[in-house]
Design a protein around this ligand. Structure first.
Ligand SMILES: [Zn+2]
Length: 305
């Protein structure tokens, strides 16, 4: 069987004017890797790519570490720890950050939320979309984002779930540049080409699609181009085959069986969702389950029942 543990932000401080992101520190990462090592056997990428059916049918608890979003901090803070423990990992890259030198909308939202208060953002949403958040939505928002305070939960619920993602992107774009220099943020946030090439030589690079969209909300043609553009760019840059893809958002309304089929048709062999669960012989290789790091041993939400 195979359990997959996924990470996003790895940095030493998460202090901001307004707390907008959660992640793990380098020390927490190191501690969790040690903790996971007590329960699981870290899998080699060769076994994963060449022998996955045996991995899935094995009684051994295998563990794979993955990172979404191609963040530079993953290279700077997590990679040295992985190397120290001799543990391989997949790093999933969005190519919009490199081809178009754009910050992904998901990160623009995080950055904007770090400098504007949640109450102010709710007012801006009201001005742009002409709608208030209802009492029912507030309640749903709080149960959806139960680790956030009510105002932050409402903002995240509106921007990530309720409002049209294309409109949200143009809304955030309309004031992102008042606070941040986009090219500067691309350089700060994301791995550069040399870093991606270094990881690709180890077989560590996968696609996170081109522009980090909730794929299932888009047309089949758009889904195909999201899968195709990123694969082609990374293969050309790295001169290595790219056989794995992690779907942005990766669960609920963002993913479905059809997307797994399309990824397979585009030449991907492994696809990663964020639907929780362990992978066994019944798993669809293009729709593998993954846990958020917080929900596994050593993570902050983990409780042994
Ligand atoms: Zn992502």
């Amino acid at each position: 069987m195979l359990t997959i543990c996924n990470y996003h932000y790895i940095r030493n401080s998460f202090e901001n004017q307004y707390p907008s992101i959660f992640g793990v520190t380098q020390e927490q990462f190191d501690n969790q890797i040690r903790e996971l090592g007590k329960t699981y056997s870290f899998i080699t990428l060769e076994a994963l790519q060449n022998d996955i059916q045996n991995v899935l049918s094995s009684d051994i608890n295998f563990m794979l570490i993955t990172f979404d979003d191609g963040l530079k901090e993953q290279y700077e803070y997590a990679l040295p720890i992985l190397n120290m423990h001799k543990i391989p990992a997949y790093f999933f890259i969005n190519t919009i950050n490199h081809i178009e030198r754009k910050v992904s909308a998901v990160h623009k939202i995080h950055l904007v939320r770090s400098v504007i208060s949640p109450d102010e953002i709710i007012k801006l949403i009201q001005g742009k979309f002409g709608r208030k958040i209802t009492a029912l939505e507030k309640n749903t928002a709080q149960s959806f984002y139960h680790y956030d305070d009510p105002a932050n939960a409402s903002v995240k619920y509106l921007l990530n779930i309720i409002l049209n993602p294309i409109e949200v992107e143009s809304f955030i774009d309309s004031f992102f540049c008042d606070y941040f220099d986009e090219e500067d943020m691309v350089k700060k946030l994301y791995m550069n080409q040399d870093e991606i090439i270094n990881l690709a030589k180890l077989g560590y690079i996968g696609s996170h699609t081109h522009s980090h969209l909730p794929l299932a909300l888009y047309s089949e043609n758009r889904i195909i181009s999201e899968l195709k553009i990123s694969k082609k760019y990374l293969e050309t840059l790295c001169n290595e085959p790219i056989i794995s893809v992690a779907y942005p958002y990766g669960k609920d309304a963002a993913i479905n069986d059809k997307i797994g089929d399309l990824a397979h048709e585009e030449g991907y062999q492994l696809g990663f969702t964020t639907i929780t669960g362990t992978n066994t012989t019944n798993s669809n290789l293009l729709l593998l389950n993954r846990y958020d790091c917080n929900d596994l041993p050593g993570g902050k939400n983990y409780s042994q029942l």
